[in-house]
Structure formats: structure tokens, C-alpha cells
Design a protein around this ligand. Structure first.
Ligand SMILES: NC(=O)c1ccc[n+]([C@@H]2O[C@H](COP(=O)([O-])OP(=O)(O)OC[C@H]3O[C@@H](n4cnc5c(N)ncnc54)[C@H](OP(=O)(O)O)[C@@H]3O)[C@@H](O)[C@H]2O)c1
Length: 187
């Protein structure tokens, strides 16, 4: 939680725990329509999206969503000239509470949607982490969902170390090997 707000994370990873290739491109192998529908519908229920400057959920409803875009190009909080519902935010200069107050977001959940540094930053405060997996995709040398994920450390290891527990894994698209597990913090 951050104040009264739930904190949620949403990601789809390859079988080796990657969110993008070495160049920071999310390959088609981890893009899935059923996962996208789940993700976009979930984001509609949250109040504020938080992501790094190279991430974005896309889709037709993106412009209506309130968001904080992390960047070190501003000292604290600054308007995002291209997007009226967004603010640029540097956590080194302002707290998330200050950034959300400046954004004027309603009192619902915060959704962290990437990339690596942003997913990692919220690990101590996630109430729920929605971990989709693309079992048939591998991205050798890619960018991990969390700092340190690799051959010796899975995303599940990291979530468990931060006090989250997995619910049952369910199929989002069985034919494509896409599953979802919801990791939640015990009260
Ligand atoms: N598979 C998935 O579900 C998923 C999810 C999210 C993203 N992705 C993919 O992953 C790739 C991008 O991930 P990424 O990790 O390279 O990039 P990212 O986190 O989206 O963006 C990195 C940038 O965000 C800013 N930033 C990050 N942490 C910050 C901090 N603590 N303080 C201030 N600024 C911070 C910096 O911007 P400045 O350079 O402006 O300072 C940094 O260069 C894209 O291909 C995206 O599509 C995939």
C-alpha cells in the first residue's frame, strides 16, 4: 500500500523472465491478445499508472489514463507537454504521494507497468503482482522484469523474497502457452 492505495504490478515475461530484448524492444513472442485484454481491462480499474520513459501500455484508452512517467530529465515533478493526463516524475526529487497529489488522481490503485527499474522499485509495497508468462518465448540476453533476474534467479524467487505468495496459475491462452499467476501479500 501507499497511503490508502493498493499497489499493483502488471507484466508479461518470457520463459527466462525477460520483458524485452537487449535493445529494449518488446518482441512479438511475448505479445498476446488475451494477455493484452486482461491487462488493458485491469488498467481501466486503476487510478494512476507509473512507468519509465521507455514503457507505455498503448491501446485506444491510453490517453485518458492518469500517469507518472519516471525520468531523471526533471528534478522533481514537471508537466508532460505532449500528454495532459501525465506528469514527469523523478523520485529523487519528490515522493510518490506528492506526484499523485499533483496529478489529481482518484483514490484507487496505483499500477506499476515497467520497465525493470520501476518494477523493482515497488517490490517492497506491492499488494498484488500480476505475472503473465509466455512459456514458448525465450529472450537470451534480454532485459529482466526485476534487477538480478537471470539463470539463477527467477521472477518468482524475487516475489517470494519480498513477501508475496502465488495464487493458482491459470491459462489466459492455452494454445499459445500464456499463463497468469497473481502474487499477493498476506495481511
Ligand atoms: N513485457 C512487459 O510486460 C513489459 C513491461 C514494461 C516494459 N516493457 C518493455 O521494456 C522496454 C523498456 O524497459 P526499460 O527498463 O528499458 O525502460 P523504462 O523503465 O520504461 O525506461 C527507462 C527510463 O525510465 C527512467 N527511469 C527509470 N527508473 C527511474 C528512476 N528510478 N528515477 C528516474 N527515472 C527513472 C529513465 O528515464 P530518463 O532516461 O529520461 O532519465 C530511464 O532511462 C520496452 O521495450 C518496453 O516495451 C515490457
Amino acid at each position: 500500500m501507499i497511503g490508502p492505495r493498493r499497489v499493483e504490478g502488471y507484466v508479461i515475461v518470457s520463459s527466462d523472465g525477460m520483458i524485452a530484448d537487449a535493445d529494449g524492444i518488446m518482441p512479438a513472442a511475448i505479445h498476446n491478445d488475451a494477455d493484452q485484454k486482461f491487462f488493458q481491462d485491469a488498467l481501466d480499474r486503476t487510478a494512476v499508472l507509473v512507468h519509465g520513459r521507455h514503457s507505455h501500455e498503448g491501446g485506444p484508452r491510453a490517453a485518458q489514463r492518469k500517469r507518472l512517467v519516471l525520468t531523471r530529465q526533471t528534478a522533481a515533478i514537471a508537466p508532460d507537454p505532449a500528454h495532459p493526463n501525465s506528469l514527469l516524475w523523478n523520485p529523487a526529487g519528490a515522493t510518490i504521494e506528492q506526484a499523485i497529489a499533483a496529478l489529481g488522481a482518484p483514490a484507487r490503485a496505483i499500477a506499476a507497468i515497467g520497465g525493470t527499474e520501476v518494477f523493482s522499485m515497488f517490490l517492497p509495497v506491492y499488494d498484488a503482482f500480476y505475472l503473465s508468462r509466455a512459456a514458448h518465448a525465450e529472450i537470451p540476453g534480454g532485459r529482466p522484469v526485476f534487477t538480478g533476474v537471470g539463470p539463477d534467479l527467477s521472477p518468482e524467487d524475487v516475489l517470494a523474497r519480498h513477501g508475496l505468495k502465488a495464487g493458482p496459475r491459470r491459462n489466459l491462452d492455452a494454445a499459445a502457452g500464456i499463463t497468469l499467476a497473481i502474487w499477493e501479500r498476506s495481511p
